[in-house]
Design a protein around this ligand. Structure first.
Ligand code: NAD
Length: 485
C-alpha cells in the first residue's frame, strides 16, 4: 500500500440540510483517496447515515468525526452536495474554500456574499466538462446518470401496468410506450433502463448528434419535423431556443405526447431556466393513467407546464411527478460518485501542500467564482482604470489647448453627447459593482456626467439665443446702409 503523506490541508463535510437530500459529499472510500493526496478529512456526526455510511466506517478510513462547529473552525476547504445556506456561510471563517454546486449562473448575490466574506467559492456547475482532465470531477454527469436511471424506475412504479410485454393465460399485455424528452446523460440512462425493463422507447433531443446516440441504444428517435441545429450552443450543448422555436416545439410535442403511456423529461440548458416542452394542453391530451416524470422541475419551472416538486394528479387522471432530486434516492452510490468528483476538485487545488489557484489555468479560471485573490485582481483593474483616466485627462488638456479660445464654447456644448455615453456606461457598470469604492466612482461619474450633459445643453441654448439676438434688425440694417453712403 502506498504510504500516506502527512496531511497539510483539512477537508470538512457537514450534514446536508435540504428537504430532499440524502447524499453526502464524503464517503469512507474517498477519505482514503484524499488522505493519499495529503488531505485530512473531518465529517460531522451522522452525516453519512442517510446514505448508509456510518461514523465508524469514516473513522476506520482515517477521518475524524466531529461536531459542525469544530469542523467549521478547522477546515480549510468544505464540500457540499447542496450549497450551504447564507446563515451557514456567515458562520464560516474568512479564507475558507467551499466546493459545490453554487448556482452561480443564476444567483449573483450568493457569490457576492462569498466574496464579501473573503471566502473562496468553487462552483462545480462551471466545470469545463469537455476537458479530459475534468472528467473525474464532473458531478453533473455522475449525478444525472443516476437520476436518469431512477426516473425510469419511478415512472415504472407509478404506471398502472407492465413496462414489458407480458403473455399470460388471461391474455397478452402490450408493452408500455415511453417517450424520453432530452437525450443527454440523464435521458440516455433513462432510455437504457426503460429498455431493460422491456418498454418500447422513443426519445427526442434538439442536438443533432443525439439521434445516433438514441438509436444506438435501440430506441426510436422522435421526428418532430423541426430543425433546431442552427446556432448549436457552445461545446455541443443545447442552446436556448427562440420564443418562436419554443412555441413550434411545444405544439409538436403536445401532439405527439398523446401516443405515449409514460413521458420522462430531462431537458436542460446549462445555467438557464429549463425549457417548457410539454404544455398543460399536452398533459391533458394524455390518457388517464399516463405518467410523467419531470426531472427538470424547479422553482423556476420545469420541462412540463404545471409540474411541481412532488407528485400531483391532473383532473384527467395523469400522474405528474416533479422529481429533480432522484439522484438523492440512490444515495449510497450517488454519494460515492459525487464524493469522488468533489475530492478530485479539492486535490486539483492542492499545490505544494497547500490550497492555491492559478487563474491562468483553464480549470481554475472556470471553477473559481469568488475569492480574495480576485478582489486583489480587481484592485489591479482599478489601478489600470485610474491610469487610463489620468492619460485621458492629459490628452484631453493637450488637444483642447490647441483649439482657439473662440471655439471652446461650441466644443463644450458638443461634449454633452459624449457625456450621455458616460451615463450609459455608469448604468452598465453599476449593475455589476460589488465594492463601496466602485459605488463612490460610479456616483462621481454619474454626477459629473450629468453636470456636463445639463451644462452642455444650457451653453448650447445660450449660444442659440446669442445668434438670435445678433440677427440684424431692420433699423440696424438701415443704419448700416447710411454708414456705407
Ligand atoms: P444537460 O443536462 O444540460 O441537458 C440534457 C439534455 O437536454 C441535453 O442533451 C440537451 O441537448 C437537451 N435539451 C436541452 N434543451 C432541449 C429542448 N428544448 N428540447 C429537447 N432537448 C433539449 O446536458 P447533459 O446531459 O449533461 O449533457 C449534454 C451532452 O453533452 C451529452 O450528449 C453529453 O454526452 C455531452 N457531454 C460531454 C462531455 C464531455 O465532452 N466530456 C461531458 C458531459 C456531457
Amino acid at each position: 500500500m502506498a504510504a500516506i503523506p502527512e496531511a497539510t490541508v483539512t477537508f470538512g463535510v457537514l450534514n446536508e440540510t435540504s428537504e430532499y437530500e440524502s447524499r453526502v459529499a464524503l464517503t469512507p472510500d474517498i477519505v482514503t483517496r484524499l488522505r493519499k493526496a495529503g488531505v485530512s478529512c473531518l465529517i460531522e456526526y451522522g452525516a453519512g447515515l442517510p446514505s448508509h455510511y456510518v461514523d465508524d466506517d469514516y473513522i476506520k478510513a482515517g477521518a475524524q468525526v466531529l461536531a459542525a462547529d469544530e469542523i467549521i473552525a478547522q477546515a480549510d476547504v468544505m464540500g457540499f452536495v447542496d450549497r450551504p445556506s447564507n446563515e451557514l456561510v456567515s458562520r464560516m471563517r474568512q479564507g475558507t474554500w467551499i466546493v459545490g454546486m453554487l448556482d452561480s449562473f443564476n444567483d449573483d448575490s450568493y457569490i457576492a456574499q462569498l466574496a464579501q466574506a473573503r471566502m473562496v467559492g468553487i462552483a462545480i456547475e462551471r466545470l469545463p466538462r469537455q476537458l479530459s482532465s475534468a472528467q473525474s470531477m464532473d458531478e453533473m454527469t455522475s449525478q444525472n446518470s443516476v437520476m436518469g436511471y431512477k426516473a425510469a424506475l419511478v415512472a415504472a412504479n407509478a404506471y398502472g401496468s407492465f413496462f414489458p410485454m407480458m403473455t399470460t393465460a388471461a391474455g397478452t399485455v402490450r408493452p408500455a410506450k415511453v417517450l424520453i424528452l432530452g437525450a443527454g446523460i440523464a435521458g440516455l440512462q433513462a432510455i437504457g433502463t426503460a429498455k431493460r425493463l422491456g418498454a418500447v422507447v422513443t426519445a427526442y433531443d434538439v442536438r443533432p448528434a443525439s439521434k445516433d446516440e438514441v438509436e444506438s441504444l435501440g430506441a426510436k428517435f422522435l421526428d418532430l419535423g423541426l430543425d433546431f441545429s442552427k446556432g448549436q450552443g457552445e461545446g455541443g450543448y443545447a442552446r436556448q431556443l427562440t420564443a418562436e422555436e419554443q412555441a413550434a416545439q411545444q405544439a409538436a410535442v403536445d401532439k405527439k405526447a398523446a401516443d405515449f403511456d409514460v413521458v420522462i423529461t430531462t431537458a436542460k440548458v446549462p445555467g438557464r431556466k429549463p425549457p417548457c416542452l410539454l404544455t398543460a394542453a399536452g398533459v391533458s391530451g394524455m390518457h388517464r393513467g399516463a405518467v410523467i416524470v419531470d426531472c427538470a422541475a424547479s422553482d423556476l419551472g420545469g420541462n412540463v407546464e404545471g409540474s411541481v416538486v412532488g407528485t400531483t394528479q391532473t383532473e384527467g387522471g395523469v400522474t405528474l411527478i416533479g422529481a429533480p432530486y432522484l439522484a438523492s434516492e440512490v444515495a449510497n452510490t450517488a454519494s460515492n460518485l459525487l464524493a469522488r468528483n468533489v475530492a478530485d476538485i479539492v486535490s486539483h487545488f492542492v499545490r505544494d501542500g497547500k490550497l492555491s489557484m492559478d487563474l491562468d489555468d483553464e480549470l481554475d479560471n472556470a471553477l473559481v467564482v469568488a475569492d480574495a485573490q480576485r478582489g486583489a485582481s480587481s484592485m489591479n483593474t482599478l489601478v489600470v482604470a485610474i491610469t487610463l483616466f489620468v492619460l485621458a485627462l492629459l490628452i484631453g488638456v493637450e488637444v483642447i489647448g490647441k483649439v482657439p479660445a473662440t471655439l471652446h464654447t461650441p466644443l463644450m456644448s458638443g461634449a454633452n453627447s459624449i457625456h450621455g455615453i458616460v451615463i450609459v456606461g455608469v448604468v452598465i457598470v453599476a449593475a455589476h459593482a460589488d465594492s463601496p469604492l466602485a459605488y463612490v466612482f460610479i456616483f462621481l461619474a454619474a454626477v459629473l456626467g450629468t453636470m456636463n450633459v445639463v451644462g452642455g445643453y444650457v451653453v448650447t441654448d445660450r449660444m442659440l439665443e446669442m445668434f438670435k439676438s445678433s440677427k440684424p434688425s431692420k433699423a440696424g440694417a438701415d443704419q448700416d446702409k447710411e454708414g456705407a453712403k
